[in-house]
Design a protein. Structure first.
Length: 451
């Protein structure tokens, strides 16, 4: 049977391609109905950090479903949500210790931005409504989250529905004029944020949102070590809430529980998702401190954001089992250790044609492709290099995640690797070998002359 539109009754996201039907998962591997094996080097969408078919997580889901499957978060609380909140609160930076659970990363960003706005209104400062975000940057696909994202090809059809979000350039060393080497660079130092706040007027700015380690939009790019210290100081000086988007880069992915930790600062609000349930159930969260929630508790008394599946018992049971599994098996520490191996092995790809940069932290890595290594000139968009590479990798039995447009808003090709934390050194070697094979096949497909 062909799994494609319009032959199937499924409304696929991509209507012009065939889909393999997966029938089984085992650790870092997936198997389709024809017996083909795929090494899942990106955890689906950065979510399957415990690997596939983990029996402990599956049993936790089943136990909770047998007790009760659903409760309204506006009427009741329950064991899984209370215990998961406590387990996560013990890992969070700064004074973040209250969690609001939702189903997806986009929902969490939407809720976090609304929380920031409601906080200022309840605090007697209704003029603070503007949002500042980074470009490149990505925070989700619901309308407010998409507004905060700098992903132009996602916005084309919906621009008239989006709100105005102000942008500053992301700290992106490979693409910056200074290559991340100048501590006085307005972009790499964070000074560009202060300029934007002063230009807009501090009394009008509610929040600044950023990923502490770049996700798909900058291909796991990391800023200078002092960048977020400066960001924190700027936000404090001007009374702006700093929202850290840890949906992709958090939950141990970069080798610490939260990717903001090595910078030595804490955000005012944080979004969590993907790996907090190991991908076994749709689950995300907003983390906030009492000082923000107290303003609402002493005002209207209600956070004005509700969704049917918030605080879902079965999803929270999956999250609780996943977080406890991460702690019990010290998988965050393992992620840090295996991350060193991953980046050592991936560094060998830099010698291959058209690999401009390999970067990242922990078990998150980005590989950026360029037409010219010396000038960092990207391939023209019509070459569809990242998409072709991803298809070649899949054909070779490897899943990766592509992104485009980061170089100038239109052009730019990269792929990301984010394997499960249980990956072995031998499997890392397999990932690198398959990446090299996919690159060779891609260069043939797009008829690129090797540099």
């Amino acid at each position: 049977m062909a799994y494609r539109y319009p032959d199937s009754h499924v409304f696929y996201r991509k209507l012009g391609r065939d889909f393999s039907r997966i029938v089984r998962g085992d650790g870092c591997y997936l198997y389709d109905e024809n017996g083909k094996r795929y090494l899942d080097a990106v955890g689906g969408a950065y979510a399957a950090n415990l690997g596939h078919s983990n029996p402990e997580i599956a049993d936790a889901l089943a136990r909770q479903a047998r007790s009760f499957g659903y409760l309204s978060g506006t009427a009741f609380t329950h064991g899984p949500v209370e215990e998961l909140a406590a387990e996560l609160a013990a890992t969070l930076p700064g004074d973040l210790d209250k969690l609001y659970f939702l189903s997806s990363g986009s929902e969490a960003v939407e809720a976090a931005l609304k929380l920031a706005r409601q906080y200022w209104v309840e605090s007697g400062k209704p003029g603070k409504h503007k949002i500042i975000a980074l470009a490149p940057g990505y925070h989700g696909n619901t309308l407010l989250a998409l507004s905060a994202s700098a992903r132009e090809h996602y916005k084309t059809m919906f621009r008239e529905w989006l709100v105005d979000v102000h942008r500053v350039p992301a700290s992106y060393p490979y693409r910056c004029r200074c290559r991340g080497q100048d501590p006085q660079c307005p972009v790499c130092s964070g000074a560009a944020l202060e300029d934007a706040i002063e230009r807009l007027g501090p009394d009008t700015v509610a929040a600044f949102i950023a990923e502490p380690v770049g996700g798909s939009s900058t291909g796991a790019s990391t800023p200078r070590p002092e960048y977020f210290h400066r960001i924190r100081e700027i936000c404090d000086r001007h009374g702006v809430l700093f929202i850290a988007d840890e949906i992709l880069c958090g939950a141990g992915r970069t080798g610490t529980w939260w990717s903001i930790e090595p910078y030595g600062v804490a955000p005012d609000i944080m979004t969590l998702g993907k790996g907090i349930s190991g991908g076994y159930a749709p689950l995300s969260a907003v983390a906030a401190p009492e000082r923000i929630l107290d303003a609402i508790a002493g005002g209207s008394g209600d956070f004005l954001h509700a969704q049917t599946f918030s605080h879902h018992p079965v999803a929270c049971a999956a999250g609780l089992a996943a977080v406890r599994y991460l702690k019990q098996h010290k998988l965050v520490e393992r992620c840090s250790q295996l991350g060193v191996v991953l980046h050592q092995r991936l560094a060998t790809l830099k010698g291959l044609p058209h690999v401009g940069d390999v970067r990242g932290r922990g078990l998150l890595a980005g590989i950026e492709f360029v037409e010219d290594k010396a000038t960092r000139a990207p391939f023209p968009r019509n070459a569809r290099f990242a998409e072709t590479f991803t298809d070649a990798a899949l054909e070779a039995g490897l899943t990766v995640w592509p992104n485009v447009g980061h170089a100038d808003g239109v052009n730019g090709d990269l792929v990301l690797v984010a394997p499960p934390f249980i990956i072995t050194e031998g499997e890392i070697d397999e990932v690198v070998a398959l990446l090299a094979r996919a690159l060779q096949d891609t260069l043939k497909a797009v008829k690129v002359v090797a540099q």
